[in-house]
Design a protein around this ligand. Structure first.
Ligand code: ATP
Ligand code: MG
Ligand code: FE
Length: 342
């Protein structure tokens, strides 16, 4: 079975073809980062318009790369939510338009389910059940995952998401958008312990997170500088920020593993690309004989491959999941724990 995936929930347009027999056949991505950079964040209207421009050229590129024609495709999966309404509508209309033109069934996929299942695209995929840490630009959640659609939310952020904390703190340090990769690179030159930032909710007895106070603490440190902040100081602050957020994320993951009795941890979402987080998780897990699984680096942030894959998993579970019903709708807000196995 070959599934075409269409992702357009935020600032990446992603198209991909996944074959349940042969694996990922091809994928193409356009990131709008450069376009939004001058505004310091994603401008929704510009994002929607750019998805419109990019979708069909990316589709053609994907079909060509995979040497697949529309006749070979069994179903079309698109990101139905959560995300920016206008951006989601572009992907939904592209998917449903193609479905109508090609007489193929379509299905709406949950964007976070895409992220969550993306580590299963890797060469050594984890088996169910596992604990998953979803750390993206808009979400930070710890989940127990027993199978496709069997997600139990253990805890989540009460305010900012981890990726948001990275981006906002980077902005305070004058680094560009998105700040995650930039603050992480800068932190490598920083000395540990020069600045001490809070570890919010590190010792709380639950699996929730809170990162807005950490961002405020970065702001306070930046404001305390009486003279122009020098490069080394910036690096020291970046280091303090990364150390704080990584310590909290790692500790909560270890607690969740211990509490559940499970031995496999899966990381998904953009912050999962973070080098310091990966190093710290690997070290903590090795000590306790746990295994950690990550998506391929290119599939940590938004992409079409995870949507094609999640769509294929859904269809394997329920052949009726895709329908020739092209009256599409999107769900900008859509809690992941509302999903069911079929
Ligand atoms: P959501 O999936 O919750 O709707 P999103 O799609 O915007 O949000 P992703 O594409 O998964 O989120 O990830 C983007 C986020 O990941 C940004 O906040 C970005 O700064 C962060 N990020 C990407 N690479 C890194 C990195 N190396 N270190 C830290 N953060 C990173
Ligand atoms: Mg993005
Ligand atoms: Fe995402």
């Amino acid at each position: 079975m070959i599934v075409l995936g269409v992702e357009s929930s935020c600032d990446e347009t992603g198209l991909a073809l996944y074959d349940t027999e042969r694996g990922l056949l091809a994928h193409a991505l356009h990131s709008q980062i450069a376009m939004h950079q001058e505004y310091g964040g994603v401008v929704p209207e510009l994002a929607s318009r750019d998805h419109i421009r990019r979708a069909i050229p990316l589709l053609k590129e994907t079909l060509k790369q995979a040497e697949v024609s529309s006749a070979d495709i069994d179903a079309i999966a698109f990101t139905q939510g959560p995300g920016l309404a206008g951006a989601l509508l572009v992907g939904a209309s592209v998917a449903c338009g193609l479905g109508l033109a090609w007489d193929k069934p379509v299905l709406g996929v949950h964007h976070l389910e895409g992220h969550l299942l993306s580590p299963l695209l890797a060469s050594e995929p984890p088996e169910f059940p596992f604990i998953a840490l979803l750390v993206s630009g808009g979400h930070t959640q710890l989940m127990r995952v027993d199978g496709v659609g069997r997600y139990e939310l253990l805890g989540e952020t009460l305010d900012d998401a981890a990726g948001e904390a990275f981006d906002k703190s980077a902005k305070l340090l004058g680094l560009g958008y998105p700040g995650g990769p930039a603050i992480s690179r800068l932190a490598e030159f920083g000395d540990p312990g020069v600045y001490k930032l809070p570890r919010p909710m590190l010792h709380s007895k639950n699996f929730d997170f809170s990162f807005s106070g950490l961002k405020t603490a970065v702001l306070t440190v930046v404001k305390q500088q009486t003279t122009n902040i020098c490069e080394q100081d910036k690096a020291n602050i970046a280091r303090a920020f990364v150390d704080a957020i990584v310590e909290v994320l790692v500790a909560k993951c270890m607690n969740a593993l211990k509490h559940s009795g499970l031995k496999r941890l899966v990381i998904a979402g953009g912050v999962g690309a973070n080098k310091q987080l990966r190093e710290a998780l690997n070290a903590a897990a090795a000590k306790r004989r746990y295994r950690v699984f990550y998506p391929e680096l290119e599939f940590c942030t938004d992409n079409g491959a995870m949507i094609a894959f999640a769509g294929a998993m859904r269809l394997q579970q329920n052949h009726e999941a895709a329908q020739k019903n092209y009256a599409f709708g999107v769900r900008p807000r859509w809690p992941l724990d509302e999903l069911r196995p079929d």
